[in-house]
Design a protein around this ligand. Structure first.
Ligand SMILES: Cc1cc2nc3c(=O)[nH]c(=O)nc-3n(C[C@H](O)[C@H](O)[C@H](O)COP(=O)(O)O)c2cc1C
Length: 241
């Protein structure tokens, strides 16, 4: 078989490579939980998370409608590994017990991470993460409605991003509201392994010629006003570069 021929394969997971997000959420007792996830995609100021319905994070998000999405950089694998095999749920589910997960109440100490207060939501931000997004839930959808015995085991949780915080070192010089992709080094999970983006762009992108501000129209409503809606103007007025 020649190496440039396609053949059929059936991987049990289809994690082709997405950034690792550390989701913070508030527990019933006012403490907070952290969960690594990598099923996340973004459009406008929306994000959709793929979450195991039985995790503590999901329980917290469904109860409070809030979370913070903290993006891990490629130097944070050690912190993320300390959170692997942990859950804030007690007792631990049968499925997680069979995968050697343990209950950990204080994931901050376990992972060596530190909280910072958020502006609009209760869960704290993670100081070590270079990018942090304060979010509220818009809609929760059960996946696999086509399989009656599997419906709702995983959920698509749509959240709106109210406020974005980034390290000063990630900003694009000369622009108040842009992240410089040459400076942003996310931790990528591909299948179950960690990668970085490598050094620099592989090529100039055609899409890169579009002014980013042209995408702002879908991020705000003319009718509904939300916290953080004017952050772009506030940052620009403050000369935020
Ligand atoms: C790198 C990494 C990526 C993960 N991605 C996801 C994911 O996308 N969705 C998910 O539900 N769980 C994911 N998990 C597993 C959760 O972290 C795990 O279910 C954990 O127990 C959740 O913690 P909690 O129960 O305290 O919320 C991932 C774990 C790691 C280490």
């Amino acid at each position: 078989m020649s190496s440039n021929e396609h053949t059929v394969i059936s991987p049990a997971i289809l994690y082709w490579g997405t950034p690792v997000v550390l989701v913070t959420s508030e527990n019933e007792d006012g403490t907070s939980n952290i969960s690594p996830v990598s099923s996340a995609w973004w459009l406008g100021h929306s994000c959709v998370l793929g979450l195991d319905a039985s995790s503590k994070t999901t329980e917290n998000i469904l109860r409070t409608n809030e979370c913070v999405l903290n993006l891990a950089s490629d130097s944070m694998a050690e912190h993320v590994n300390k959170l692997a095999y942990t859950t804030g749920s007690n007792p631990v589910s049968e499925s997680k017990t069979s995968r050697d997960y343990k209950f950990v109440k204080d994931k901050w100490t376990k992972a060596g991470l530190h909280p910072q207060p958020s502006s609009f939501v209760a869960p704290p931000r993670i100081a070590e993460c270079p990018a942090q997004m304060e979010c509220q839930v818009v809609e929760v959808t059960k996946l696999r409605k086509d399989l009656p015995d599997r419906t709702g085991l995983i959920l698509a949780v749509e959240v709106r991003v109210l406020r974005v915080h980034v390290l000063q070192s990630l900003r694009m010089e000369g622009y108040p509201n842009r992240v410089d992709p040459d400076k942003w080094r996310p931790l990528i999970m591909s299948f179950q392994e960690f990668y970085g983006l490598g050094n620099g762009k592989v090529a100039e992108s055609g899409l890169g010629r579009i002014n980013e501000e042209k995408y702002r129209g879908i991020t705000k409503s003319d009718i509904v006003k939300l916290p953080g809606d004017d952050d772009d103007k506030i940052v620009a007025a403050e000369g935020g570069v």
